[in-house]
Design a binder for this molecule. Structure first.
Ligand SMILES: CC(C)(COP(=O)(O)OP(=O)(O)OC[C@H]1O[C@@H](n2cnc3c(N)ncnc32)[C@H](O)[C@@H]1OP(=O)(O)O)[C@@H](O)C(=O)NCCC(=O)NCCS
Length: 224
């Protein structure tokens, strides 16, 4: 349960959400930034998280439904603590990375990996704004996180998922990586081998074609 000071800090951060330009940290992997089209035809922006995203993260979390928060945190957790905000927004882009999806200047989804120390495995977690779910954004984050993680020597993603979370389990299945599961105390332990085999490559190629932002009209020599 967050304490009062944490909640106050988080509320202050929300007040500061007067969307300021977001500076880039040293080592920020700008190559992971891109625009993509969602299944509803909306163009959204994917990029690594930055420390200055703290107010946006607080605003994002506070807009989530209690059901989505429960599925992600396994508990009633309406307000992120200041410590969580710091941990979630401050990543080293190597052992820990979070990618955010932005639409109209606000965060609408976050996916992250945290390497399990000294291994080639990383724990992953995803959360998508309720209004943006089932538009392919979770899968997009899984694809982009896997690509980034492989470059850092990660070969397996692991995740603990509530057994009732059919959406997450189905998303993991549909991404197309070889997957194994085990069940313990109401939690499904998912393990994905993120080396891109032919089956995954084919799925990814179809998804990437659908995500491509159409080129604008060629204005060439037009105009005066
Ligand atoms: C689970 C979650 C991350 C999935 O993200 P998403 O953007 O909605 O997923 P996608 O649109 O990429 O869905 C991929 C596939 O997963 C399945 N899926 C996703 N959400 C589903 C749902 N609620 N019910 C049934 N299937 C679902 C579908 O098969 C979908 O493919 P399809 O639309 O072509 O049929 C998102 O719904 C979410 O944030 N849920 C709340 C938080 C949570 O559960 N986090 C996971 C903690 S481990």
């Amino acid at each position: 349960m967050p304490d009062a000071a944490d909640a106050t800090d988080a509320a202050d951060a929300t007040d500061a959400a007067a969307i300021a330009p977001v500076p880039r940290a040293p080592g920020y992997p700008a190559e992971l930034e891109r625009d993509v089209v969602t299944r509803t035809g909306q163009v959204v922006h994917v990029r690594p998280i930055r420390p200055a995203d703290a107010p946006r993260l607080v605003a994002f979390h506070s807009a989530l439904s209690p059901a989505s928060v429960y599925l992600r945190f396994f508990s009633y957790h309406p307000v992120l603590t200041a410590r969580e905000v710091e941990r979630f927004t401050q990543v080293d882009f190597v052992e820990r990375l979070a990618l955010v999806v932005e639409s109209a200047g606000r965060l609408v989804a976050i996916g992250r990996y945290d390497r399990l120390a000294g291994t080639d495995e990383a724990e992953v977690a995803f959360i998508v704004d309720d209004d943006y779910q089932q538009q392919g954004i979770g899968t997009l984050l899984a694809d982009d996180l896997a690509r980034a993680a492989r470059r850092q020597g990660v070969s397996e993603f692991v995740a603990d998922t509530l057994a009732e979370n059919s959406g997450m389990l189905e998303m993991f299945r549909r991404v197309g990586f070889p997957m194994t599961t085990s069940f313990q105390d109401g939690v499904v332990k998912v393990r994905l081998s993120i080396e891109p085999g032919p089956a995954y490559a084919e799925l990814l190629s179809a998804r990437e074609a659908a995500r491509r932002v159409p080129a604008g009209p060629d204005v060439g020599d037009a105009g005066c």
